[in-house]
Design a binder for this molecule. Structure first.
Ligand code: HEC
Length: 191
């Protein structure tokens, strides 16, 4: 081995060590590859620190978090799109709420203070119904109104829950009362 050889670092020539006649050539990897290598080392260090030392979420935790967030969204969606069961409410709280709506929403202007009816609207206390006397039908009449006959649709003014309360008030509380000055029956008898 020449002395000069040692001075030149990377020259592609055999290096000093040798084993069983096998020599290593002094051939470094090209600089761009070296740079790439250092980048991967730096990246792995950052990766390790971020995920294993600091707070970064590992796959499993990330998955759990995403699932929990999706569950919250789903619950919200379910609550928003929940269909109300249209069944007659008979509890005091609902009937009282229904009565308040009857007064607030000026139902009385067209149906009388006691639901007895007046020249505008029909009597709501008898068993005769123009648009049907089941809870579903009464609910639908109040919700969609009968615009051609002068009954206001309340779907834009009242949420379904409140329409159900006032419908229940009409059927459970008003119906069957015998207020003075009741308007003559209209529609068909519903027993
Ligand atoms: C602007 C006047 C007016 C207002 C306000 C009004 N109604 Fe009516 N309502 C009518 C008229 C008129 C009819 C009859 C519709 C028909 O002939 O089909 C009617 C029909 C109804 C019926 C069906 C009666 C039947 O025989 O089928 C119900 C129930 C009813 N109204 C409840 C209500 C309630 C509850 C409110 C308040 C939230 C209300 N109305 C507000 C005018 C009104």
């Amino acid at each position: 081995m020449e002395k000069d050889d040692k001075k030149v670092k990377y020259d592609g020539k055999p290096m000093e060590h040798e084993f069983d006649g096998i020599k290593e050539l002094n051939n470094p990897i090209p600089p761009w590859l070296q740079v790439l290598f250092f980048i991967t080392v730096a990246f792995s260090l950052f990766y390790w620190l971020y995920y294993h030392v600091w707070t970064g979420d590992l796959q499993e935790q990330e998955y759990q978090k995403e699932m929990a967030a999706a569950e919250v969204k789903l619950e919200k969606h379910r609550a928003e799109t929940k269909q109300l069961d249209i069944i007659l409410l008979t509890d005091d709280a609902s009937i009282t709420a229904g009565e308040a709506i009857f007064k607030e929403k000026l139902c009385a202007t067209c149906h009388g203070q006691l639901g007895e009816g007046n020249p505008i609207g029909p009597n709501l206390t008898d068993k005769y119904w123009i648009n049907g006397g089941t809870i579903e039908q009464v609910f639908a009449t109040i919700k969609n109104g009968v615009p051609t006959k002068g009954m206001t649709p309340f779907k834009d003014q009242l949420p379904d829950e409140k329409i159900l309360q006032v419908s229940s008030y009409v059927l459970h509380k008003l119906q069957g009362t015998n207020p003075p000055n009741a308007k003559e029956p209209q529609g068909v008898l519903v027993e």
